[in-house]
Ligand binder design. Structure first.
Ligand code: DMJ
Length: 446
């Protein structure tokens, strides 16, 4: 599958950001500020670990010869960080090739002006040429997004480690300071924060979109630091406790889910994005106190099971973008606009962690169901495509092979069927785009 996805991208869209597999051309989009080759950089480490040697060399050559960082355009700070910086750092740690390290550091420098705000909380959008930055037009009152400014920590500590320049670590440690200072309603972290005042702008809390990877980076920061960053561990433990108390619910049919919270009112909906949390909670459970360990493993297994149900209850055996628990039907999308599947990884990500941490064979069986469904419904003549409705077996394709399909979905599926020592969880921490970063090497930082 990886070879087919890569070969198709190479044939029709090489150097563009994504492949459009129906029209057989490339897509550039407006997320990466003029940067190109998102699929190349996102795919590097997956090609490498799958021992697709020739394909890896093609990708590496593109980075050496054609990856131009002198661009002018509006980029998402978050997306550039998780896909490009994360992808380059992982490629560097896996291969030791200097080109990946130097590109990561050069790009990291270009992101720094986004932090020039009164609080040091970065804005979401940055022009990589001029350094001008601003907030997303859709984010209320010029706010910055928790999942965006809260998902820089791992990569930025590695940039400091590799460059010897403390500035990257200082920027993300300051974000943490602002978050620790601000009062948290019921111990929860709302999704929108003003980079000017450092206060919350709205009380919407979600472990899915807009919040998700902030929580992931707390527990992973602690693991990455060789368990020295106890502040991150405490923030994670406290946040999870508040989430469990205020957001985790059980449906009438016995499914555990994580709702969204709007100023105290629960929206009984779970996004596909929130399904990464089964894996995260299992990873955290490994390191919880003896009496909490089993409790969190059970919670992780229940959430993963609910996410599996969202797949199992569809006609394609792929899950919708969001599913609800408030209308009699459970774990199914109830709105037309939430029925699509864009090759997202979060459900197989949780299968991979659950498999590695429990060795319960059902996770491999569930992963295999996904492989079969992807082959049946998403494979087209020139690559893999998302589908617009998981509840029909004559799906309409969305004509997009997302770069995270190669970075994450296929990598997690591969790891689910590998021996545990391939990218062992003891040695590697995956960034939120599934790029493995070496743990325990942050000697300049800690
Ligand atoms: C990826 O880019 C990352 O996993 C991110 O954290 C959330 N969304 C996509 C995939 O769904």
């Amino acid at each position: 599958m990886m070879k087919f996805a890569w070969d198709s991208y190479k044939q029709y869209a090489f150097g563009k950001n994504e492949l459009r597999p129906l029209t057989k051309n490339g897509h550039i989009g407006n997320m990466f500020g003029g940067l190109r080759g998102a699929t190349v950089v996102d795919a590097l480490d997956t090609l490498y670990i799958m021992e697709l040697e020739e394909e890896f060399q093609e990708a590496k050559k593109w980075v050496e010869k054609s990856f131009d960082l002198n661009v002018n355009g509006e980029a998402s700070l978050f997306e550039v960080n998780i896909r490009y910086i994360g992808g380059l750092l992982a490629a560097y740690y896996l291969t030791g090739e200097e080109v990946f390290k130097s590109k990561a550091l050069e790009l990291g420098e270009k992101l720094l002006p986004a932090f020039n705000t009164p609080t040091g909380i970065p804005r979401g959008v940055i022009n990589l040429g001029s350094g001008m930055s601003w907030s997303w037009g859709w984010a209320s009152a010029g706010s910055s997004i928790l999942a965006e400014f809260g998902t820089l920590h791992l990569e930025f500590l590695h940039l400091t480690e590799l460059s010897g320049n403390p500035v990257f670590a200082e920027k993300v440690m300051n974000i943490r300071k602002v978050l620790n200072r601000v009062e948290k309603p019921q111990g929860l972290y709302p999704n929108f924060l003003s980079p000017v005042t450092g206060n919350w702008v709205q009380h919407h809390v979600s472990i899915g979109g807009l919040g998700d990877s902030f929580y992931e980076y707390l527990i992973k920061s602690w693991l990455m630091s060789d368990k020295k960053d106890s502040e991150a561990k405490k923030m994670y433990d406290d946040a999870l406790e508040a989430i469990e108390k205020h957001l985790v619910r059980r449906s009438a049919g016995g499914l555990t889910y994580i709702a969204e919270w709007r100023g105290g009112i629960l929206d009984h909906k779970m996004g596909h994005l929130a399904c990464f949390s089964g894996g995260m909670i299992a990873l955290g459970a490994e390191h919880a106190s003896e009496e909490r360990k089993q409790h969190y493993m059970d919670l992780a297994a229940e959430i993963t099971n609910t996410c599996h149900e969202s797949y199992a209850r569809s006609d394609t055996k792929l899950g919708p973008e969001a599913f609800r628990f408030d209308t009699g039907t459970e774990a199914m999308a109830t709105r037309l606009s939430e029925r699509y599947y864009i090759l997202r990884p979060e459900v197989v990500e949780s299968y991979m962690y659950m498999w590695r941490l429990t060795h319960d064979l059902k996770y491999r069986q569930w992963g295999w169901e996904v492989v079969k469904a992807l082959e049946k419904h998403c494979r087209v003549e020139a690559g893999f495509s998302g589908i617009r409705d998981v509840y029909t077996t004559v799906p309409t394709h969305d004509n997009m092979q997302q770069s995270f399909f190669l970075a994450e979905t296929l990598k997690y599926l591969y790891l689910l069927f590998c021996e545990d020592d391939v990218l062992s969880l003891d040695d590697w921490v995956f960034n939120t785009e599934a790029h493995p970063l070496l743990a325990g090497v942050l000697l300049n930082v800690f």
